[in-house]
Design a protein around this ligand. Structure first.
Ligand SMILES: [Zn+2]
Length: 340
C-alpha cells in the first residue's frame, strides 16, 4: 500500500516537472487528474474502506500527507503559470514598463460650450423657453417673414450660403423666432441659441459661428424692459459694474433698433488698444419687434408688443478670455483648449 502512495507521488512530481511552458489549463488538468472526484489521490482514499482497523490510521495519514503535498505543488504551479501568462502578454503588447509615465491629461469643457450653457441657464431661470431651431431655412423664415426686403444687402450671394433656390444655411437665428411665433400664442418669452453661417472669414469673422437670440411678446412690453433685461444679463456675463449703452441702429425686423455696447471688459471703460480707445465694445443688436413681423406670424400688432435681442456667443467667449482670433475657438488645437 505504502509503495503505491510513494509511486503516485513520484509520478505526480515527474508529470508536473514535464510541463515546460506551464499554462493555467495544463495545471488544472493535473489537478483534476490527481485531486478530482475520480482522481488518483481520491482513489487511494477510497481504498481505505478495504483496510483493517489497525492499518487505516497510518494509511490515512500517508494519503492525506500526499494530498497536501499535491495541493501545495499545484498552488505554486498556478502562480508560476499566472506569471508566465503576464510575461507573455507584456511581451506581445510591446509595453515597455520601464518607461516613465507621461502624465494623464483630463479634458475640460469648451469655452463656447460654457458660455452657451451659462446663457441658457440664465434665461431659463427668467422663464424663457429654449428653442434651438434648424440650421437650414427657407427664404421666408430667414428673410421675408423678418421684414427683409428683396434688395437688402444681407440677401447678397456674398453673405449667404445657398443650398438651392430659396433654401439656405441660416444667416442668423432669427428664423427660429418666426417658427416659434407661428406655433405659440402670446404671452411668451424664448431664446434661440444655435449655429449660423455666412460667407465671411477673417480674424474676427468665421463662416460658422454661434448666436443666441431672445424674444419677449406680451401686452405692454416696452423698450425700457428690454434695457433692464440686457443690463442684468451683462452683469451676469461680465460681473456687476459693467455699463451698457444703446446706440440707434437699423434692423429690418425691429423698430426702433439699437446696437448695445458694454464698457470695455479689459480697461473698464478707460480706453485701451482692444476697444480702440473708446472704452466701449459692441456686443449685440436689439429692438422692439416690427409690427410687420407680427403680421407675418398672425399676431395682432395692435394688441401685442415685444422686444428681441441677439448676440454672438463666440464674441462673448472672446471678450471673456481675451481670445484674439475667432478661428482658435473652432481650430481644435490642444495647446489652446488645454488652457480652459
Ligand atoms: Zn478697453
Amino acid at each position: 500500500m505504502s509503495e503505491s502512495i510513494s509511486k503516485l507521488k513520484q509520478d505526480f512530481e515527474a508529470e508536473l516537472a514535464s510541463l515546460v511552458l506551464t499554462s493555467k489549463e495544463d495545471v488544472d488538468a493535473i489537478r483534476v487528474k490527481y485531486l478530482g472526484k475520480k482522481g488518483l489521490v481520491t482513489d487511494l482514499l477510497k481504498q481505505m474502506g478495504g483496510l483493517s482497523a489497525e492499518e487505516r490510521p497510518a494509511y490515512g495519514k500517508k494519503v492525506n500527507e500526499l494530498k497536501e503535498f499535491v495541493s501545495e505543488a499545484i498552488e505554486k504551479a498556478l502562480l508560476v503559470a499566472a506569471d508566465a501568462a503576464l510575461q507573455k502578454k507584456l511581451a506581445s503588447g510591446f509595453v515597455d514598463i520601464s518607461l516613465p509615465e507621461n502624465g494623464i491629461s483630463a479634458g475640460s469643457t469648451h469655452p463656447l460650450y460654457d458660455v452657451r450653457e451659462e446663457i441658457i441657464d440664465f434665461f431659463a431661470h427668467m422663464g424663457f423657453e429654449v428653442d434651438f431651431g434648424r440650421d437650414i431655412e427657407t427664404d421666408w423664415y430667414n428673410f421675408e417673414a423678418l421684414n427683409t426686403p428683396p434688395d437688402h444687402p444681407s440677401r447678397d450671394m456674398q453673405d449667404t450660403f445657398y443650398l438651392a433656390d430659396k433654401v439656405m444655411l441660416r444667416t442668423h437665428t432669427s428664423g427660429t423666432q418666426i417658427h416659434y411665433m407661428e406655433t405659440h400664442k402670446p404671452p411668451f418669452r424664448m431664446i434661440a441659441p444655435g449655429h449660423v453661417f455666412r460667407v465671411d472669414s477673417d480674424a474676427t469673422h468665421a463662416p460658422m459661428f454661434q448666436q443666441c437670440e431672445g424674444l419677449v411678446v406680451d401686452e405692454n412690453i416696452t423698450f425700457a424692459q428690454l434695457k433692464g433685461v440686457l443690463q442684468v444679463f451683462m452683469d451676469k456675463l461680465f460681473g456687476s459694474g459693467v455699463k451698457t449703452r444703446f446706440r440707434p441702429s437699423f434692423f429690418p425686423f425691429t423698430e426702433p433698433s439699437a446696437e448695445m455696447d458694454v464698457s470695455c471688459v479689459f480697461c473698464k471703460g478707460e480706453g485701451c488698444r482692444r476697444c480702440k480707445g473708446t472704452g466701449w465694445m459692441e456686443i449685440g443688436g436689439c429692438g422692439s419687434v416690427d409690427p410687420n413681423v407680427f403680421i407675418n406670424c398672425g399676431i395682432d400688432p395692435e394688441r401685442y408688443t415685444g422686444f428681441a435681442f441677439g448676440f454672438g456667443l463666440d464674441r462673448i467667449a472672446m471678450l471673456r478670455h481675451a481670445i484674439p482670433e475667432i478661428g482658435l475657438l473652432t481650430g481644435n488645437d490642444e495647446r489652446f483648449l488645454s488652457q480652459f
